[in-house]
Design a protein around this ligand. Structure first.
Ligand SMILES: CC(C)(COP(=O)(O)OP(=O)(O)OC[C@H]1O[C@@H](n2cnc3c(N)ncnc32)[C@H](O)[C@@H]1OP(=O)(O)O)[C@@H](O)C(=O)NCCC(=O)NCCS
Length: 172
């Protein structure tokens, strides 16, 4: 039987800038890509409900996910498809492999669904086996490979999850 390692962890939405500092520290220690404070503020100020923090029993932030939800960029003129985007996810090293990362991802997707998302996408390094296993376990599929996507020259996979029905193929 699986143990519930998560019972001492609770999840809260972003409230104000006091949440940003611990979130940035976690992301900087987990991800190689550097982001400016303006990038973080771009996300959390427009979509605070899509920034979730995992906290331990002492209220210490031990996990974070930062997302956004916008009209699909290629189809803005033709339809009202909404695309969710998972920008960053990180869990404190000491708290990994307890289900916190997948709980953050599933909670964020659930909120995006309730906000009307039709699909959710993200990018992750092709060599990030842990993240790829997590995302594929919750239902993402590999849509494309983005060559030299990151600033350090590494490649990324674009992963996608359809929330409604996949778009029909166009037949000529
Ligand atoms: C990726 C990350 C967020 C996972 O967080 P986590 O809380 O450890 O993930 P979970 O415990 O929810 O793991 C869920 C599943 O993901 C997979 N997984 C997670 N970490 C893994 C690892 N190191 N190796 C292989 N599979 C892994 C497993 O399938 C796992 O299920 P299991 O425990 O039943 O085997 C965390 O390792 C992290 O912060 N990494 C650095 C930042 C990062 O890479 N972010 C994602 C890129 S956008």
């Amino acid at each position: 039987m699986a143990l519930n390692f998560n019972s001492d962890i609770h999840y809260t939405p972003y409230v104000d800038e006091s949440d940003l500092d611990p979130a940035i520290k976690l992301i900087e220690s987990g991800l190689s890509e550097p982001y400016s404070i303006y990038t973080y503020r771009y996300f959390v100020q427009q979509w605070p409900e899509l920034c979730l923090l995992a906290r331990n029993e002492h209220e210490k932030c031990v996990g974070v996910i930062i997302c956004k939800l916008e009209p699909h960029p290629a189809r803005r003129r033709h339809s009202s498809l909404l695309r969710g985007y998972i920008g960053m996810v990180a869990v404190d090293h000491a708290y990994r492999k307890r289900g916190i990362g997948s709980t953050l991802v599933l909670n964020a997707i659930d909120i995006m669904k309730r906000m009307g998302a039709d699909e959710v996408i993200l990018e992750t390094e092709t060599k990030n086996k842990g993240a790829l296993s997590l995302y594929e376990a919750v239902g993402f599929i590999r849509e494309k490979c983005l060559c030299r996507y990151y600033m350090d020259g590494s490649d990324a996979f674009r992963l996608k999850m359809w929330i409604g029905k996949p778009e029909p193929l166009v037949t000529l």
